[in-house]
Write a protein that binds this ligand. Sequence first.
Ligand code: PLP
Length: 254
Amino acid sequence: MTMPTRERPAVLVIAATDSSGGAGLVRDIRVLNDFSVDALCAITAVTAQSDSRVYAVHHVAPEMLRAQIRAAFATRRIGAIKIGMLGCRATVDAVVDSLAAERSVPIVLDPVLVASSGGSLLDTEGCAAMRERLFQQVLLVTPNIPEAAVLTGTAVAASESALIAQAQRLLDLGPQAILLKGGHGDGEQAIDLLISANAGVQRIASPRVRGTSRGTGCALASAIAARLACSATLLDACQEAKRYVSQMLVSHPD
Ligand code: PLP
């Protein structure tokens, strides 16, 4: 029997639309649906994109973003929050201010910087505000290897010890854990590193899938948030999310 929608756990997705449908909010909602979790949404930006180019970005006004987040919390209990593309500093500030009172809800932040086509999705000031203000509010940040390099202002890591050192620098900015995604590395296995002050370094491995797909970062963060909303532990949520994304890559390679 299908569960009445109001009894299902819910995730608030704070993210942008991608007109191609490959990434962003469309991807997030598909993933949450696969986990039988409801989606509430607060749109940060509207983007015009194809799979090969970002044509235009329209930032939603900060007051409108604040209003969406307020209305989402007024609607029903929210079990977890997934944050995706933010775009600019004013948007980061609006999210930080809106979530300041919601300390008990686990937040997963996908630090989206560029599209796989190369188009910028967060400007330099926005990136600084995300590091300085938003990181300290979240449970988990999910950078890939190139994002970890940009966020730490260091070279792209070429070894596991260099990745762990970068994760440590990111933890110093305040999140409770970092999931450093190994998908951009090489080797037979794609190994994600879940790193926190409490649990140290935990490795989550899966066979490397050679294909790529749009929206894998969005999908992973949404899947983690879905499982957290169902009260999974952080490690279980990351493991299940990785299995889900591996399956997605096998089923729908580009
Ligand atoms: N566009 C939007 C709106 C996104 O939120 C994201 C990722 O989160 C992307 C594009 C990037 O996806 P991709 O790496 O598949 O281009």
